[in-house]
Design a protein around this ligand. Structure first.
Ligand code: HEC
Length: 165
C-alpha cells in the first residue's frame, strides 16, 4: 500500500515526460515563427507622423491606437487584412470611397464620389450617418475633435499613407 502513491507519481511523471516529448516533437515540425510585424518600426512611424499635414503631425499615436479600439471589431488595418463587418482600411487615404472590389458597400458609400483624406475622415468619424445618410456603418461617432485627430494620425501612420493624400 505504501508503495502505491510512489508508483502513481512515477507513472504520472512518465506520462508528463511523454507529453512534453510529444509537444517538443510537434513544435519542431511547425514552420519558423513569422518575423513579427512587417510594417514600419516605431522610429519610422514617428518620422512619418512628423511629415503629416497639420494638425495630424501633432497627433498622439498612443491615444489614436486606443481610439482605434472602437473600430477594430469591424475593421482590420494591416495590408491584406480581411474585411470584417467593415472593409479593410489599409491604403484608405488617397483611395476613392467605396472602392474595394471584395466589399459590399452601401449604395451611399459607392456613390460618395470623393477620395478619403484627413478632412473627409474627420467628418465621417464625427457622425457617419449625419455625414453620409444611408451608410451601413453603425458607429455613433467620435465626438472629441482631438480624439479624431489622434485616430486619423494613427490610421495614416498604420495604413500605408503616402504624403500628399
Ligand atoms: C459596427 C461596425 C463598424 C464600426 C464599429 C466601425 N465601422 Fe467603419 N465601416 C463599417 C461598415 C459596415 C462600412 C461600410 C459602410 C457602407 O458601405 O455604407 C464602414 C466603412 C468605413 C470606411 C470607408 C471605407 C471605404 O473603403 O470607403 C472608413 C474609412 C471607416 N469605416 C472607418 C472607421 C473607423 C476609423 C472606425 C472607428 C472609429 C469605424 N470605421 C468603426 C463598419 C464599422
Amino acid at each position: 500500500m505504501r508503495l502505491f502513491p510512489i508508483a502513481a507519481i512515477a507513472a504520472l511523471s512518465v506520462s508528463l515526460v511523454a507529453c512534453s516529448k510529444t509537444e517538443n516533437g510537434s513544435e519542431a515540425k511547425t514552420a519558423p515563427a513569422p518575423t513579427a510585424t512587417a510594417g514600419p518600426s516605431d522610429a519610422e512611424k514617428a518620422a512619418l507622423l512628423a511629415t503629416l499635414p497639420a494638425p495630424y503631425n501633432g497627433g498622439d499615436l498612443a491615444n489614436g491606437q486606443r481610439k482605434f479600439a472602437l473600430c477594430r471589431s469591424c475593421h482590420t488595418i494591416a495590408e491584406g487584412g480581411p474585411a470584417l463587418t467593415g472593409p479593410n482600411l489599409y491604403g484608405v487615404f488617397g483611395r476613392q470611397a467605396g472602392a474595394l472590389a471584395d466589399f459590399a458597400y452601401s449604395p451611399a458609400v459607392k456613390a460618395a464620389g470623393f477620395v478619403w483624406d484627413g478632412e473627409h475622415l474627420d467628418k465621417w468619424l464625427a457622425d457617419p450617418r449625419g455625414f453620409m445618410p444611408g451608410t451601413k456603418m453603425s458607429f455613433a461617432g467620435l465626438k472629441d475633435p482631438k480624439d479624431r485627430i489622434d485616430l486619423i494620425a494613427y490610421l495614416k501612420v498604420e495604413t500605408g499613407y503616402k504624403p500628399a493624400t
